[in-house]
Every structure is written in structure tokens, then in C-alpha cells.
Design a binder for this molecule. Sequence first.
Ligand SMILES: [Zn+2]
Length: 219
Amino acid sequence: MNLLDFSWTEIEEYLKYKTAIFLPIGSVEEHGYHLPLSTDGDIALAVCNTLSQKTGILVAPIIWYGYSNSTRGYPGTIMVGIQELKNYIFGVLLGLKESGFKTVYIVSGHYSNEHITALVEAGKNIRGIRVKLLDFSKIDFSDILETKPMHACEAETSLMLYLFPQKVKLEKAVNEDIAFEGDKLKKTKSGVFGTPTKASKEKGKLLFERIIGELEKLL
Ligand SMILES: [Zn+2]
């Protein structure tokens, strides 16, 4: 149930029974040779849409641009600054509040620390609206995955193989390890941090079902 598909009178009717909404957040950033720039948003939207089917809670339009400093410089990565992101999310939350929503569940597909902090801070101290981050990055997937979730990795590639197989060019996937230059993350050639060649549709299904199961408990 996508907010954009309804008329204002239908939303008015919805708000008589429910006042919650999901707010998906993506990123526009490189995900190696094998995944599209849309990967984070695709996953966030799929999570929100599935939770919406289960709960009847509406999904707000996705916010695509995020803060993705560690993949900066690859053509196609388009980020906004922390402050711009925070201000923009703050504005959207105020808009949702003015519209009559009282609870906003933020679901981000992108998990850099600064990006997540900006989302959380944007939702702090807004009177009359409860903002909750549904964080799936801290769920334990160690029994499903052979390698740690990083970026364009086994986890993300598996999720995409399950959710949007037509968007994955698995034959182009390469594995690259995380490395540092001083305290700065060193860029990899492909943009991958992790082991996408270990990805599979079956793992993606298990990951997705666990994400949905764990987030449902938080609603
Ligand atoms: Zn990602």
C-alpha cells in the first residue's frame, strides 16, 4: 500500500484507523560490477512493501539520496551531505506529522554509521510524532551467511538474487576484501567489499524472511 496511490480522502479515512507509516530510505551508490545503483533502496522498499502487506500500514515514497561517503568517487554514486540529509528527513517527518501520521517507521537499506545517525537525529525531539528506526543491520545472520555482511557482498547480492534476480549480473561479481589506508577505508577496484560469489537465491530468501520476522516483532 503506497501512499502515492491514494487520494487525500482515502488517506483521511486510513488515518481514522491507523496513524503509522513506513518511510523507506535508499542510497544512490555503486554496488560493484554486478549490482545496480538502486540496490539499497530496492531492498528497503521490498522490506517495507512486505511489512505493509502483513500489517496494512502504508508506505511513504522512498527517499533515494543518502550519505555514502565510503563509495564516493565512483561514477553513479550520488550523495548528499549529512546536514542536508538530516534537514530533509526532518522536513519530511514534519510533513508526515502535519498530514496526521503519528508513528513513522524508518527502514534504510543503506547502513553507513553517519547516514544512520543522521536519520535517527532527524527524528529526535519532534513533538507529536514517534519515529522509530527498524534496523536490520544488527540481526544475526551468521547461520545463513558464510561471510560477514559488508557492501555489495554475499548478503546484499543474495537478497537481490531473491528479490530482483533480473537486476543482478552475477557473472560479473568479484570478491574484494576490506582494507584501510591509515584510518580511512581503502577503495577497491570493483567497489565491492565482501564475497558476492558466495551469494545465492536460497540464502537471499532466508535472509529476507528473517529480516521480515525480526522487524515485525518491533512493530
Ligand atoms: Zn548496499
